[in-house]
Design a binder for this molecule. Sequence first.
Ligand SMILES: C[S@@+](CC[C@H](N)C(=O)[O-])C[C@H]1O[C@@H](n2cnc3c(N)ncnc32)[C@H](O)[C@@H]1O
Length: 272
Amino acid sequence: MMEQAPQGVDPLTPNTARMYDYYLGGKNNFQADRELAELVLTVLPDAREGVRQNRALVGRVVRHLCDQGVTQFLDLGSGLPARENVHEVALRHAPGARVVYVDNDPVVAAHGRALLASPSRVAMVEADARRPEEVLGHPDVRSLIDFDRPVALLMMFLLHLVPDSDDPRGFVARYREALAPGSYLAISHVGSDVEPERIRRVAEFYKQANAPFCARPGEEVAAFFGDFELIPPGLATGLGPEIGWPFVDPEEVPFMNEQLARMGYAGVARKP
Ligand SMILES: C[S@@+](CC[C@H](N)C(=O)[O-])C[C@H]1O[C@@H](n2cnc3c(N)ncnc32)[C@H](O)[C@@H]1O
């Protein structure tokens, strides 16, 4: 576990990136992160499994989009390095792939830079996803991503950390506009309507963290896709292999658990 905080990092405020790392079994977290994560687990015992499912889903989505011929990935709210990072999956399935990670957390950015062995194809940008002009105009984004060609824009487990007051509908629309036809938008998002009482209590706990927890109902998650066309079967309720989407990874099937709470929504949509 990280017990010595790097300069400029507040180890006493629970941090959403480091809590996510804790749920995933990572070591990049402090006591405050672990304590709040454990509190969340008392009301949502499936949170750890849900987060793991989301992480596996990220890999399946990237692989699926490589199979569709997409080679450019812009991963907003990329998180701390974990198993099967986007560039590892993308470079395995599309050897010429280019990946830009964007996160507004300085610790995530520092770990990301340290991880990148292939700076000519992969970059880590420290920026705020809520400011699309800064992200889209960033020199590292512009040098790796050609916006005249299809791009896969990933917002996996990001938007439920953005309150409505920051206008997520507006900035997601701005990203959609910037993409060429044939691009894809992938979103996973914690749902507020599946387990509303438990999710409300989790949101209360997150008031202690560095970002709020803003789960949303399915129709609001679907609205983020605008006029992009959701790939069948549409917005999925759930994140795990049971949703059979975008395909089932045979290695995951033995771990399917019907009892799991369906804590999230996920969709991938194509720009016509
Ligand atoms: C829950 S993690 C998800 C990581 C990864 N996308 C995944 O699905 O495995 C969310 C990440 O979003 C980042 N984040 C939160 N708000 C952000 C913002 N406004 N701009 C950029 N990154 C943000 C956090 O720092 C964290 O690393």
